[in-house]
Design a binder for this molecule. Structure first.
Ligand SMILES: [Ca+2]
Ligand SMILES: [Ca+2]
Length: 88
């Protein structure tokens, strides 16, 4: 989400302009820097609201495309199912 604390642990900055983060919406236990997590990610709670989590920067590279792919598959499956229903 364009947010990291790579330069100094705990000093979260926006990648876009290097400015300090003023508003935060961290998950209750985050940021916890577990195994040196330095990149911010959106985290969807079970009630579907979003908070922030710190995660390994390498994890984001596949996490978001993977999530998008799952949504596309669900959308495609749903649209096929619905179009089949309409034809009956
Ligand atoms: Ca960190
Ligand atoms: Ca974390």
């Amino acid at each position: 989400m364009g947010l990291n604390d790579k330069a100094a642990e705990g000093a979260w900055k926006w990648v876009a302009d290097g400015s300090n983060v003023t508003y935060t919406n961290w998950e209750a236990s985050s940021p916890n820097d577990f195994s040196s997590q330095d990149c911010g990610q959106l985290y969807q709670r079970e009630d579907t609201t979003f908070t922030w989590n710190d995660d390994a920067c390498s994890a984001q590279l596949w996490y978001y495309p993977g999530t998008c792919l799952i949504y596309v598959i669900i959308w495609f499956w749903t649209s096929q199912r619905d179009s089949g229903t309409n034809q009956i």
